[in-house]
Each structure stands twice: as C-alpha cells, then as structure tokens.
Design a protein around this ligand. Structure first.
Ligand code: PXL
Length: 268
C-alpha cells in the first residue's frame, strides 16, 4: 500500500527550494507526493538573483486543496512558503476542513537573499493562524530566533530552549535547524519532543550555504511520518538524507549550490 504526503508550498523555478524539493524528497523516500502551489518565486538572473514573488489567487489555493483532499484520504501535510496573509487564510481554512495526523510546518519567514522583516504582516499571520495547528515545526536558525524571541542561539542549550519556547506556541514537536549560522564545526539540529531534547549532529560540509537543505529536512520528516515512523526516526532519516544530499550537491549559476535528494538511498 502506498503512503501519501501532501505539500502546500511555493514554486522555486530553479529546483533548489520549495515545492520542487518537496516532491523530489517525497519520491526519493517512496511516498506518493501531492501538492498545492501557494506562490511562484522566479529569481532574477539580471538582478543578482533577486526574488520575484507572485502569490497564487486565494480561491485557486482553496480549489487545489479541495481537489487534493477529495482525491485521497490524506493525513500528513507539509506547509512551506505561504508568503501572503490571504494565502495564510486560505491554507488555515483548508487545514481546518479535516482532521490530520501530522501537520509539519516549515515556518518560512524569508528566503535566502531576502531582507529580514520584509513582510511582517505575513509573519504575524503565520504565527497566529498556522503555527498553532502544527504538530511539528522546523524553524531554521533565523526563524528560531524570531519565533522564540531569544537574542542568540550559539549553544546546543540555546537551540533546545528555543525549541521549547516555540513548542509553547502550539507544535508538539519542534526541530530547530542550526545550519551554517550555528557556530562551530558541526551542523546541529535539536528535537524537542515535549519531554526531552535530542541532538542530531554531523560535521559541517563546507562553510557555504546550500539551497534546499531546510526544505529537504522538513519534507523528509513529513515523508517518514506519512509512512508511520515516529518523530525520532523521522528526524534521523531526514538528517541522513540532507547530509548525503549536501555531499552530492549540485552547483548552479545561482548564488548557492543545491541539495541533490537523488543521492540518498532509503534504508527500508
Ligand atoms: O528556502 C525557503 C524557500 C521556500 N519556498 C520557496 C522559496 C524559498 C527560498 O527561496 O523560494 C518557494
């Protein structure tokens, strides 16, 4: 029997983030991917790869969610980039239309290369309407700082404290991705499961940002939860997939190399 995973996310046309990454990750992990587009991001090669952002009409988002949920009994969804308060309303309504086993929220506040604080009303709506619905949240370093209200995240204890504070806002499980912004030689992620902190650590592969690492991690957690894995096993598989995907990264003319999900072979 096939397991289904659903992504509600934005398109990033070069394949280095968002919807494209989610579907590649789902496929590689052996789950049937379904998806609803929230926005279209087209980098601008003539202007330093700046983000050109177009939101999808909220009614079209509602229609996509309606079609997807009518087609299959789906219990696991990943929420990626939303980008506009009207999008957030459409997605919150869609989520409220049925019960879910797993709602994985990757709280995309800004993309790489964007200015922090570019869209404060969107961030506020995300925190008010989407984060409380999450069963799992996967903030990166910047998002964890913003959502926890902490001044710095420079130790594993800080990452754990941020995860707990974010969990207080709704999500049962919080995975904070330390990434390249976390000081030291290791790429550190922590999982707060409501009772304890688990640390996932591998040596950093280079000191450069790689596009798609965060999306891949959250999508892989989603796929594994869809298969019925528990959160600890899901995060471990996701971490292994991201590490392998960064080792095999694809270079591009964009400012960042991108993760290659196809390099990872699932163990089961
Ligand atoms: O990495 C965050 C992200 C998510 N989704 C889309 C994006 C980006 C960053 O560029 O474009 C669609």
């Amino acid at each position: 029997m096939v397991d289904f995973a659903y992504t509600i996310a934005g398109s990033e046309a070069t394949g280095g983030a968002g919807f494209q990454v989610d579907l590649k990750t789902f496929q590689q992990l052996g789950v049937y991917g379904m998806g609803t587009l929230t926005c279209i991001v087209s980098f601008d090669p003539a202007h330093d790869w700046a983000h050109r952002f177009v939101p999808i009409d909220p009614q079209v988002i509602r229609d996509q969610i309606e079609a997807t949920l009518a087609a299959q009994a789906i219990n696991t969804v990943k929420i990626g980039m939303l980008g506009h308060p009207d999008t957030i309303d459409a997605v919150a309504d869609g989520l409220a239309s049925q019960p879910w086993r797993n709602i994985v929220v990757d709280p995309v506040l800004i993309c790489k290369g964007q200015e922090p604080g570019a869209a404060l009303d969107t961030d506020t709506a995300l925190r008010a309407k989407i984060l409380p619905l999450a069963t799992v949240a996967t903030p990166n370093h910047f998002e964890a700082l913003t959502l926890s209200g902490m001044d710095e995240l420079s130790t594993v204890e800080d990452l754990g404290e941020a995860a707990k504070r974010i969990s207080d806002q709704g999500p049962r499980y919080v995975v904070v991705k330390g990434g390249i912004d976390f000081p030291g030689p290791d790429a550190v992620d922590v999982l707060w499961d409501g009772e304890e902190i688990t640390t996932f650590k591998v040596p950093k592969i280079g000191e450069e940002r790689v596009s798609g690492a965060g999306c891949t991690l959250a999508a892989a957690i989603t796929a594994e939860l869809a298969k019925g894995k528990d959160i600890h096993a899901a995060v471990q598989t996701a971490k292994d997939m991201v590490t392998t995907g960064i080792e095999a990264r694809v270079s591009a003319n964009t400012p960042f190399d991108t993760v290659w999900q196809g390099a990872y072979t699932p163990r089961d």
